[in-house]
Design a protein around this ligand. Structure first.
Ligand code: PFF
Ligand code: NA
Length: 434
């Protein structure tokens, strides 16, 4: 069998992982979620979830991946625990389902790039959203988006994923800083910032049962955890750099992009029709922003830049969603990567026809409230209570953290992560019935 692929450098791995993390979740959901859940107060809860639960969970996936050098499903058998294969399989299934609806939203972004060029959304933003977000146009754009995703993954780990993300991530950072700087000069900037971040702890206090699972779900989703993606990406590490170091860089960059997105979005909204109508989720964010671009002097250009940033963010994530199942089939069946990527992408395309006709929310809820927390719970229990100490010690290989730090992490993974996830699951599931 052919030699398994590896990243060409440490930076290559980091770009790919940041690419997976930075996505629609950062630029399109995070700012609005923050604004509507208590601003800076929500941010505190979210950052706690990211750093206290997300960061150690990323280390679980990196440890499994680098130790086994296998996709998320085969990894468990490779480590000698074949009956835990299901834990990885849940994640890979989640990534496949997510690819289907993520690609539909990616298709919307393509339609908004087209709309920025033609000026089609400048007049009536609501009508434009209606015409591109479901139906045949949505299916067509979804097809284009998934085809590009397949094209990148087919080229392989180094020539496809690494090369694409090495270009897209710096571009996202530079353009987003530019957008935020430009937005800061708008007349309503101050009002935008305060809408975004003004701390309202009473919102948290009165909605605790909704906000905790929302912040936790967002933390896992934004860091691409529970999907087997970070296991697959770490399995392509050919050298032993510091896993905690890499993970810290990834988590911090991901957070910076999310914060920056808010600094770009809210002044733009505040300078135009206001921010009040932008908190309703999915569609309203597109409508509110496109409406704002329609009112600004340079709105068409700014809109184009914004949606290009969003496209890069979405693509660098969707390739990781396709890579998780692809690496499983390539590793376990020895099939050719290109054939597998096309096959899985085609099935995800068909599955995505449902959300392209208006069922994005259903898919989203299944992933967020059920698959994600369940997958994270099992990998945490696996590394915490089942895997032998040799596998656990993979965490510190190539880094300067000592035995003591590894042990603290192990106990954190044994106790704190599972409890946090179970509370999240409980609150998330019960919120269905209230
Ligand atoms: N992290 C991506 C985002 O925030 O948009 C979404 C995502 C990508 C989730 C890849 C999971 C994944 F495996
Ligand atoms: Na991304």
């Amino acid at each position: 069998m052919a030699q398994r692929e590896t990243w060409t450098s440490r930076a290559g791995f980091i770009f790919a992982a940041v690419g997976s993390a930075v996505g629609l979740g950062n630029i399109w959901s995070f700012p609005f979620q923050t604004a509507s859940n208590g601003g800076a107060a929500f941010l505190v809860v979210y950052l706690l979830a990211v750093f206290l639960i997300g960061f150690p969970t990323m280390l679980i996936e990196f440890t499994i991946g680098r130790r086994s050098k296998q996709n998320a499903v085969s990894a468990f058998a490779e480590l000698g625990y074949g009956d835990w294969t299901f834990a990885g399989a849940i994640g890979v299934f989640a990534s496949f389902i997510t690819l289907a609806f993520y690609s539909v939203v990616g298709g919307w972004v393509i339609s908004y790039i087209v709309g920025s060029v033609t000026g089609a959304y400048l007049g009536d933003a609501g009508a434009y959203f209606g015409s591109v977000s479901s139906g045949l146009v949505a299916v067509g754009a979804h097809a284009v988006f998934i085809a590009v995703t397949i094209g990148i993954v087919a080229f392989g780990v180094a020539d496809g994923i690494e090369r694409a993300t090495k270009f897209m991530i710096p571009a996202i950072l530079v353009l987003l800083v530019g957008l935020a700087a430009w937005a800061s000069t708008l007349p309503g900037a101050g009002a935008g910032y305060s809408y975004y971040l003004s701390p309202d702890f009473s919102v948290i206090a009165s909605n605790f049962a909704d906000i905790v699972p929302a912040a936790m779900g967002q933390a896992f989703f934004t860091l691409s955890l529970g999907f087997g993606v970070m296991i697959a990406y770490a399995s392509y590490l050919g050298r032993d750099d510091s896993l905690p170091g890499d993970s810290a860089i990834i988590v911090v960059l991901n957070t910076i992009v999310a914060l920056l997105a808010g600094f770009a979005v809210f002044p733009i909204l505040a300078a135009t029709s206001g921010v009040g109508d932008a908190s309703g989720g999915a569609g309203t964010a597109f409508i509110a922003l496109a409406g704002a671009f329609g009112q600004l002097p340079a709105g068409q250009i700014i809109g184009l830049v914004f949606f290009v940033v969003l496209l890069f963010a979405a693509l660098s994530s969707s390739i990781s969603l396709l890579e998780a199942p692809t690496s499983y089939v390539v590793d376990s069946q020895g099939m050719e990567r290109r054939t597998v990527a096309i096959g899985i992408g085609a099935v995800a395309f068909v599955l995505g026809i449902a959300p392209a006709y208006g069922y994005v929310g259903l898919f989203n809820d299944l992933v967020f409230n059920v698959l994600l927390p369940v997958a994270v719970l099992f990998i945490a229990l696996f590394v915490g209570w089942v895997a032998n100490r040799e596998a656990v010690d993979e965490l510190g290989r190539g880094s300067s953290i000592g035995e003591g730090a590894t042990t603290i992490w192990l106990w954190w993974v044994r106790i704190v992560v599972p409890i946090a996830v179970i509370v999240t699951l409980y609150l998330g599931v019960t919120s269905f019935y209230t």
